[in-house]
Design a binder for this molecule. Structure first.
Ligand code: ZN
Length: 409
């Protein structure tokens, strides 16, 4: 079967596949297909890293906003916040239903910044349901980002409409999950802050008749943004042979390849950690830790994933040289310390106050992604995905006070 991949090609927007956590992809039944048995990463508790209201200058203490209840019966609950407003729900639904970059999370983030200070790098917005209008499981939008030499990100982004004065890096909105055991595609969406924005002419993200946008496509990157495992590629004919010893089908003038399970647009369902090329784009590994080249299927076409195997068709397998990436974009400098330690807020947006079981579901996601708890069902933290080269605090911090600068309107 062919999975549905929906893409936005605007530089700062990445909409992601419906197949990422869908039941049509084997291995998606509530736990990652691989990595589930791996030990937890850094583990430990990040809860204590939440901003502490006591350290903030008191300013006007006569009417601190942090004493006021949240509107419409919303609440803070064990590290997450539930914003209650049907209009905000509709706004997220509109973004996920959009096939272009016209959708906008800013009314939702403005509502958030009316309540919380500008202390977050990423905002994760969650619905509690799966809209029938949705084209994407999730969509990531960049808010503020400098040009990052080496990555193809050549133009700075600085959008004030979200309410942040520049701290906010990006916003990801997600459909509700189909079960409590299935983590939203946090690793995938967060990766879109850094990639893939390499020059498409290098060969990433494209197949013969389809463009996978900011994803790896039919290349051997094998990361959160898709791509196959190069070590798993074999020929269908002759059976058991490996490239380049595959036989061309004379009628179709194509070669059939088989690999381990993957998709060109996401490997979230496999629970993979970030691939070396993804870590390089994040500035977390040097170019010397990359393979010398990445295989790419020539005139390629993805033919679907069935159980633990996937099928590709093409006229051969070429190579994208790592030296060509550096020649085209320059060398990616190591990330500064400030670009290794991130803060995120988990915001559950509902039309009526969320029930306890739904709140608990998103608290669990927040705790897993922030390494506040050991993995459950094989789903792991941001830090684990980076090989503990970076980390992320996910526990909601203090409410804003009158001493905080007002959000940018
Ligand atoms: Zn994506």
């Amino acid at each position: 079967m062919r999975t549905r991949i929906h893409l936005l090609v605007a530089l700062s927007v990445a909409a992601c596949s419906n197949s990422g956590s869908g039941s049509t992809v084997p291995g998606s039944g509530g736990s990652p297909g691989t990595g589930g048995s791996a030990p937890p990463g850094s583990g430990g508790s990040a809860g204590s890293a939440a901003p502490d209201a006591a350290t903030i200058a008191p300013g006007d203490s006569s009417s601190p906003e942090d004493a006021a209840p949240l509107p419409n019966g919303g609440q803070e609950y064990q590290g997450i916040v539930n914003l209650v407003d049907p209009a905000l729900v509709a706004q997220i639904e509109a973004v996920l239903a959009s096939s272009s970059s016209t959708g906008d999370y800013s009314p939702v983030t403005q509502a958030f910044y009316a309540l919380y200070p500008d202390e977050y790098d990423f905002l994760y917005l969650f619905l509690d349901h799966q809209p029938t209008t949705a084209e994407s499981d999730a969509t990531f939008v960049v808010a503020n980002r400098p040009a990052i030499p080496g990555t193809g990100i050549d133009t700075p982004t600085a959008l004030t409409r979200f309410g942040s004065r520049g701290r906010l890096k990006g916003v990801a909105g997600f459909q509700g999950t189909s079960s409590a055991d299935s983590l939203p595609a946090l690793a995938h969406e967060t990766m879109h802050y850094w990639g893939n924005y390499l020059d498409p002419a290098l060969g990433f993200g494209r197949e013969k008749d389809y463009d996978y946008g900011p994803h790896w496509g039919l290349t051997g990157v094998y990361g959160q943004l898709g791509g196959f495992d190069p070590s798993s590629v074999v020929c269908l004919v002759p059976d058991g042979a490996k490239p380049p010893d595959c036989t061309l089908d004379p009628d179709r003038n194509e070669i059939d390849y088989e690999t381990s399970a993957f998709t060109p647009g996401t490997n979230t369902f496999l629970g993979l950690v970030y691939a070396p090329l993804e870590l390089y784009l994040m500035g977390l590994v040097p170019v010397s830790e990359l393979p010398t080249s990445f295989p790419v299927v020539i005139d390629g076409r993805f033919d679907g994933t069935v159980a633990t195997i996937a099928f590709m068709v093409g006229t051969g397998i070429g190579q994208i040289a790592t030296s060509d990436i550096v020649s085209r974009h320059g060398n990616r400098a190591p990330a500064a310390d400030s670009d290794k330690h991130f803060t995120a807020a988990f915001v559950l947006v509902t039309s009526t106050p969320a029930a306890t079981d739904m709140l608990d579901r998103y608290v669990y996601y927040q705790q897993v992604w922030g390494a506040e708890v050991t993995s459950l069902n094989g789903w792991m933290s941001f830090g684990y995905h980076t090989g503990n080269r970076a980390n992320m605090t996910t526990h909601i911090g203090r409410r804003r006070t009158s001493a905080d600068p007002a959000p940018v309107q």
